[in-house]
Design a protein around this ligand. Structure first.
Ligand code: GLC
Length: 581
């Protein structure tokens, strides 16, 4: 009810994350670029995408692939120019599409002029824009482990016993949000991009901007004597000193996003119980935040050495719990994968489900849930993890750290490599597979990163030609979700678990307040399952079947040629998913 009364322009949209370095290279230098994105806008439009989230394209030394920004007002040369960016905005507008930028303001690059000036004089005006602290008892100010390993405190060159704070790499110094100049500069920069025509932002690591500036140490939790960042963050969030995270975020919104009716999606971990309303409710800080609940199941935030294979029961329970806890409050942003995660097909599926069926299965569960779907490039063709065999094949800073963390905890080289192979973010960063020509059609030059050798079988071109492909299925699925006739069901309908008594079945309803409803039902088991329908469900029509041999027909089925066929039971093969409505 609350959602319906409070309709927003972005509620019925479908979003797509672009990792620009690996998406499409138009100028043959081996690195994806803005002209490459422009050349694929029609492809994305036909897929049904409305909102494009573009990972950082700003000037950067790329220590953390652009999440270390040296100039917030400049496009990195490898991606093109500001003219290219303006052309992108224009071309998306022509197609009724929207661009959202990545807003990385917890930290900047150590090459940002603020930081280079701060290093020259840590006590001066620029030094106040970061966190410089004296050591304690001859050691770092506190025992925090950075997200990418090692201490969060880096000694300041040329000074004795002086350190600066970096939650991520040492080349990513944290900005001091208690400093008025920093805050005002962020507002100005956000408004500058909004005035340029961006529709909003994906907001990086935003919960980290609140610090407990007394920097207390916590109980160490590893052989390095440090404690994990989760403790630092929750300690900071509960600290009463200075403005609260809520005050900081509502002020950010008031001075920027709210003035432009911008769409914002927060990367928010560590949400405290009971605060979701404050984040995504009617007057929330953001339009939406990512639902990471499935990804957190692997326990990856404690290190990959502690990760475990997700079971079907956990997966179903997690999805149900999350949907039920959030849908009355607002829209979550639903993902299967992103640039920080391995490919969903390698993580979430039981081994007996075939890749194609599994891709359609996961896609349906994600797109049909309550919330706003965020696809990640390559998901729509079922791209998979890469087979990395040695450590030097990785580029990602955090993968290298995770390898060493595992070794420090007694894992063998082979075991540590196998963890990286499964969980590395680099799995998602191999280049987009456009066709079966050299370099998967991504570049005529030498790609900056690996091309997954399976591109000959998994690529956009062959799937566009195949009415049964994963890509054709995604098009049908998104078209169904976006069909305005069913908006009250698929966009605003409430989520309700169904047929939970079947062990290997994941099923749910989307129920509109106006009375219409849909049933999504899927089989995760090894053998066929027969589901006896409730009396009410017996008269539902089949709208989409992942094992049909032509999806173009299925979408039209209900409107055009659909016949109401009464059935008492449905039988699903392993990996099959159907939508009834
Ligand atoms: C976010 C980004 C990730 C990056 C980190 C530091 O988690 O998604 O890629 O490494 O922030 O900016």
């Amino acid at each position: 009810m609350q959602n319906i009364l409070n309709k927003k322009w972005w509620h019925n949209k479908v979003a797509y994350e672009i990792y620009p370095k690996s998406f499409m290279d138009a100028n043959g230098d081996g690195v994806g670029d803005l002209q490459g994105i422009i050349s694929k806008l029609d492809y994305l439009k036909e897929l049904g995408i409305d909102i494009l989230w573009i990972c950082p394209i700003y000037e950067s030394p790329f220590v953390d692939q652009g999440y270390d920004i040296a100039d917030y007002y400049k496009i990195a040369d490898c991606f093109g120019s500001m003219d290219d960016f303006e052309q992108l905005i224009e071309e998306t507008k022509k197609r009724d599409m929207y661009v959202i930028m990545d807003l990385v303001v917890n930290h900047c690059s150590d090459k940002h002029t603020w930081f280079t000036k701060a290093l020259e004089n840590p006590e001066g005006e620029y030094g106040k824009r970061f966190y410089f602290e004296r050591g304690k008892d001859g050691k770092e100010p506190s025992n925090y482990r950075s997200y990418f390993g090692g201490s969060m405190w880096e000694p300041v060159p040329g000074y004795n016993d002086l350190y600066y704070y970096h939650a991520f790499a040492k080349e990513q110094p944290d900005l001091n949000w208690n400093n008025d100049e920093v805050v005002q500069a962020v507002y100005d920069m956000v408004n500058w991009w909004l005035a340029k025509g961006v529709a909003g932002f994906r907001i990086d690591a935003i919960i980290n901007i609140k610090k407990d500036t007394s920097f207390p140490s916590y109980e160490p939790d590893g052989p390095d004597g440090l404690c994990e960042t989760e403790k630092t963050v929750s300690g900071a969030l509960s600290c009463k000193e200075g403005p609260s995270i809520g005050q900081m975020l509502s002020s950010l919104k008031e001075h920027t996003f709210a003035r432009h009716d911008a769409f914002t999606v927060g990367e928010v971990f560590n949400l405290e119980n009971g605060t979701l309303q404050e984040f995504i409710g009617r007057d929330g800080h953001f339009s939406t935040i990512f639902d990471f609940s499935l990804h957190l199941l692997t326990n990856c935030e404690h290190g990959w050495f502690a990760a475990h294979k997700i079971t079907f029961r956990e997966l179903r329970k997690t999805i149900f719990d999350s949907q039920l806890a959030t849908q009355k409050i607002g829209f979550m942003a639903n993902i299967i994968e992103n640039h920080d995660e391995p490919r969903g097909l390698n993580i979430f599926l039981p081994e007996w489900i075939d890749r194609e069926a599994g891709a359609k299965l996961l896609g349906t569960i994600m797109v049909m849930q309550h919330g706003i779907p965020f696809l990640y490039q390559g998901q729509e063709i079922g791209m998979t993890n890469m087979d990395f065999t040695t450590l030097n094949q990785y580029n990602d800073i955090s993968t290298i750290d995770q390898y060493h963390q595992a070794i420090d905890r007694g894992f063998t080289d082979q075991e540590a490599l196998s963890l990286c192979n499964t969980y590395s973010r680099d799995n998602a960063r191999t280049v987009m597979q456009w066709d079966d020509t050299e370099n998967a059609g991504f570049s005529t030059g030498t790609p900056w990163f690996h091309v997954n050798p399976n591109y000959k079988e998994i690529n956009v071109k062959s799937q566009l030609e195949d009415a049964c492909s994963i890509l054709s299925y995604y098009r049908a699925l998104i078209a169904l979700r976006k069909n305005s006739i069913y908006e009250n069901v698929f966009v605003y309908g409430m989520f309700e678990p169904a047929y939970e008594e079947y062990d290997n079945v994941l099923a749910f309803y989307r129920k509109s307040e106006q009375g219409g409803y849909a049933l999504v039902v899927s089989n995760w088991g090894k053998s066929d399952v027969t589901i006896t329908l409730t009396d009410e469900d017996k008269s539902l029509w089949l709208m989409l079947d992942s094992m049909s041999n032509d999806y173009r027909l299925s979408v039209a089925l209900k409107n055009a040629i659909g016949q109401k066929e009464k059935k008492d039971q449905i039988i699903l093969k392993p990996g099959q998913v159907c939508v009834y409505g």
